[in-house]
Design a protein around this ligand. Structure first.
Ligand code: NIG
Ligand code: FE
Length: 415
């Protein structure tokens, strides 16, 4: 059982701590006692059975419900801290454009990319988006995610951004914790001037989102060609006045100083960070800004996965992994993302697990009743039972879910 609960469970782990099997994995022979959605005890199986199921016969008891996992490995519920969960449309034609030499930027300039998804998403009703959301969530749940962050950002107008966030909020609950982020600053809409849209973001979208309590954070796509450093800073500071903290898209294609700015603004997380330099990484770590790598995105864009993750491990800088599910990168599988990290980058599967559970949870816990991302007495009963007795199996089945059963809030998740 990979409890990952060594030390203060609200804090991330870094460097060698992330692959410290002795402290993070509990040997076999233990059982978990659950009541009312929480983990009450983690103790040797015999001890729990004697105390709570003294009447047990043929694996059954009248006092408690028993599940024998037959030695299968258990890991925490996975935590996906960066997704674009709700959008409509289809951009699968873009792969051929990329193969013919067009860059992400070129495709965007030709009317593809974000603006194409915006058009389709604006045309979708809230009900349609909810149904798309439910289907996406069931994918994510199938891969063991029990807590998921979900960004808006394919509306780019007051009405559509609010529609996406309302749809996101209405999905909450049975199988997963869903935490919405407002990403009105994902791109500039075709029908407005840059200055007009900045005004709309600050004076219309943001106050409405905050007043209606529709999002936990604000996000900005800070990248040359989209939102520059100055616009990003203005937006993050405006959001702070409404009590909203930030998670940012930075340094995806070039090092534009985005991670450094995120650190100065004390953003909860700075995501992509593929091209960030070591000074910014160090600065981010010192300011408590989590670096979130999204290797699925360079993978689908045909790009190098980079050295950032290895640099973080070597320098004891906190980092996380997430799916970045979006119209280009259509995977909600953290096991797949971690297959990239382990099979292609050489990261220890246990370190990858920490990067998909406890570490991203540390950026979301402020919005949760209890710290998620690890298995501990008193914590929420969110965990996965694998189809293997080896913890490392969790990210060794690319394209197939490694999950036997998922518990969320003490109940088995029904697909
Ligand atoms: O994080 N890069 C910005 N946003 C998304 C992709 C958006 C899109 O291409 O639709 C991302 O990769
Ligand atoms: Fe993203």
């Amino acid at each position: 059982m990979a409890t990952l609960s060594h030390g203060d469970v609200s804090k991330p782990l870094s460097g060698m701590e992330m692959s410290d099997r002795e402290n993070l994995i509990l040997e076999g022979g233990n059982s978990i006692l659950i009541s009312e959605g929480n983990i009450i005890k983690i103790r040797p199986q015999q001890e729990l059975l004697e105390e709570f199921a003294p009447d047990m016969e043929d694996g059954k008891s009248n006092k408690v419900e028993l599940l024998d996992v037959k030695g299968k490995a258990i890991i925490p519920g996975l935590v996906d801290c960066h997704t674009h969960l709700l959008w409509s449309g289809d951009r699968s034609n873009e792969i051929r454009l990329r193969q013919n030499g067009l860059s992400y930027q070129d495709i965007s300039e030709q009317g593809g990319g974000i603006s194409k998804t915006v058009e389709a998403t604006r045309n979708a009703s809230r009900k349609e988006l909810e149904s798309i959301g439910r289907s996406n969530l069931s994918q994510s749940s199938n891969y063991g995610t029990t807590t998921i962050e979900a960004k808006s950002g394919y509306g780019l107008s007051v009405e559509s951004e609010i529609k996406i966030l309302q749809a996101t909020n209405s999905l909450g609950g049975n199988n997963q914790n869903i935490l919405p982020t407002w990403l009105g600053a994902h791109d500039f809409p075709d029908d407005k001037k840059v200055s007009e849209y900045m005004d709309e973001l600050i004076h219309e979208q943001l106050p409405l989102v905050a007043e209606k309590g529709l999002a936990k954070w604000i996000d900005v796509f800070c990248e040359p060609g989209w939102f520059n450093l100055e616009q990003t800073e203005t937006l993050v500071k405006s959001a702070k006045k409404f009590g909203l903290k930030s998670r940012l898209h930075v340094d995806e294609f070039v090092d534009s100083g985005g991670l450094s700015l995120a650190a100065e603004l004390k953003s909860c997380s700075a995501d992509h960070v593929g091209f960030s330099n070591d000074d910014s990484r160090d600065k981010a770590n010192k300011s408590g800004t989590m670096q979130v790598f999204l290797p699925g995105t360079p993978y689908v864009l045909g790009k190098d996965l980079g050295n950032g993750i290895v640099d973080c491990i070597e320098n004891n800088w906190n980092f996380s992994l997430a799916t970045d599910f979006n119209p280009n990168c259509q995977s909600l599988s953290l096991p797949f993302v971690s297959s990239l990290a382990t099979h292609r980058i050489g990261i220890d599967p246990l370190a990858a697990l920490v990067a998909c559970t406890r570490n991203p949870a540390s950026t979301l816990n402020s919005e949760m009743e209890k710290c998620v991302g690890s298995i501990y007495e008193g914590g929420a009963a969110d965990f996965n039972i694998l189809n293997s007795k080896h913890v490392d199996y969790w990210c060794q089945t690319p394209g197939v879910s490694p999950i036997f059963k998922t518990y969320f809030s003490g109940s088995i998740v029904k697909s």
